[in-house]
Design a protein around this ligand. Structure first.
Ligand SMILES: *Cc1c(COP(=O)(O)O)cnc(C)c1O
Length: 400
């Protein structure tokens, strides 16, 4: 018998997996106001602090004066405007690829690209910890989906060897969104070449952040455009705006225009957003101090966390997870931090594997070193509190 909605909701509550939204008022930069109280936030993806930049706001306003708010139609009808086209050309140049194609979201870019490249009779190989949009894309494509062990190139090789088949597409996050670690790209590219498989990298968290000019994981690892024929980027993270793109060869982009249903059957994103993203792209490339400052903050945070004995993951990116384990304890830790004016949401299954609920701490170039110190102090207090509570609860249960 199937569950009623009320039963399903009740079960989510019992498992500490119920999700609820916070309503933020006056969220500028790294501060947020909720119910009149001010918080320091460490959970947005605005890694370079560009979402509130005056140049982006001005570009958005100016473009809205000329192009209005809505694009009015899909790209293939009359929605494709001059700012979209200019942004696509600039994104192609930025990523060192012949062409780029804008999508309304990263979720749609992944579904559109995978479904256009693979279908029934083909195989898509995915890292176990890939973003949900890549996993969903594989499933929706109709291809067989093989999930290999996280960042485990031997596991991938074994699966490739067992699946000769038609088209084979390997899809992976560049920077893993919940752990912050980086895919072993040079080796992955070598394996893809050896097995004549397509390689698609979703660099949602690397573009803008990694590499000398913000070129992402490819620039960071010195991997050529030819080695990553399908590159996906999202614009709602380090770029501070909204939307996404796929970059690649002339033929790839033409194929997506013909075949990607999430490109064809949806309204083009507002042209003023594209104009704001053009302003952002300039800052991403020229204001290298943002990446330098971010790196300083990451080093400071990791050094401090190690000194305090906090169990943070192995990540050089702004994503610095503190793995707690069970969902109830992760929620409790987030609650304690919030009580002390620090906002970090607890990330729970199914977003992360069972037993790995965590505080997904993210750093931004908009943070100061003092704010990192404040974060460390409060994290340490929260960690000690939930850890000792956990031990107390265990003692109560065992009667010791
Ligand atoms: C955020 C994210 C997406 C989705 O991008 P949206 O533009 O927010 O839909 C896709 N892939 C990865 C790895 C992401 O982190």
């Amino acid at each position: 018998m199937s569950c009623t909605p009320a039963q399903t909701l009740q079960r989510l509550h019992e498992q500490h997996l119920y999700r609820s939204r916070l309503t933020l008022d006056d969220a500028t930069g790294v501060e947020a106001v909720i119910d009149g109280r001010r918080y320091l936030t460490f959970c947005s993806n605005d890694y370079l602090g560009l979402a509130n930049h005056p140049a982006l706001i001005r570009a958005l306003q100016t473009a809205a004066d000329s192009y209005g708010v809505g694009s009015g139609a899909s790209h293939l009808v009359t929605g494709h405007k001059t700012p979209h086209h200019a942004l696509e050309e600039e994104l192609a140049a930025f990523t060192g690829r012949p062409r780029a194609l804008l999508f309304s979201t990263g979720y749609m870019a992944n579904i559109g690209a995978i479904s256009a490249l693979a279908g029934r009779g083909d195989t898509v190989f995915e890292d176990r910890l890939n973003h949900a949009s890549l996993i969903d894309a594989g499933q929706l494509s109709g291809a067989a989906v093989k999930r290999y062990q996280h960042a485990d190139m031997e596991s991938l090789q074994r699966q490739l060897a067992g699946q000769p088949g038609e088209t084979r597409l390997i899809a992976s996050d560049g920077v893993f969104s919940m752990d912050g670690d980086i895919v072993p790209l040079p080796e992955l590219a070598r394996i893809a070449r050896q097995h004549k498989a397509w390689l698609m990298i979703d660099d949602a968290h690397g573009l803008g952040v990694l590499g000398a000019t913000g070129g992402g994981i490819c620039e960071h690892d010195g991997v050529s455009a030819a080695d990553v024929p399908v590159l996906v980027g999202t614009l709602g993270k380090a770029f501070g705006t909204f939307g996404a793109f796929v970059a690649g060869s002339e033929e790839l982009i033409e194929l997506l225009i013909q075949k990607a249903r999430t490109y064809i059957y949806t309204t083009a994103l507002p042209p003023a957003i594209a104009a704001a993203t053009r302003a952002s792209l300039k800052l991403v490339q020229t204001e290298t101090w943002r990446r330098d400052h971010l790196r300083t903050l990451i080093t400071r945070f990791r050094g401090g966390a190690q000194q305090l004995g906090l169990p943070i993951g192995d990540s050089i990116t702004p994503i610095q997870p503190l793995i707690i384990g069970d969902s109830a304890t992760a929620l409790r830790a987030a609650e304690l931090l919030r009580h002390h004016g620090i906002l970090i949401t607890a990330i729970r299954p199914p977003t992360v594997p069972d037993g790995t609920a965590r505080l997904r701490i993210t750093l931004s170039a908009a943070h100061s070193e003092d704010q990192i110190d404040r974060l460390l102090e409060q994290l340490n207090k929260a960690w000690l509190a939930v850890r000792s509570n956990g031990v107390d609860a265990l003692h109560e249960r065992t009667g010791s």
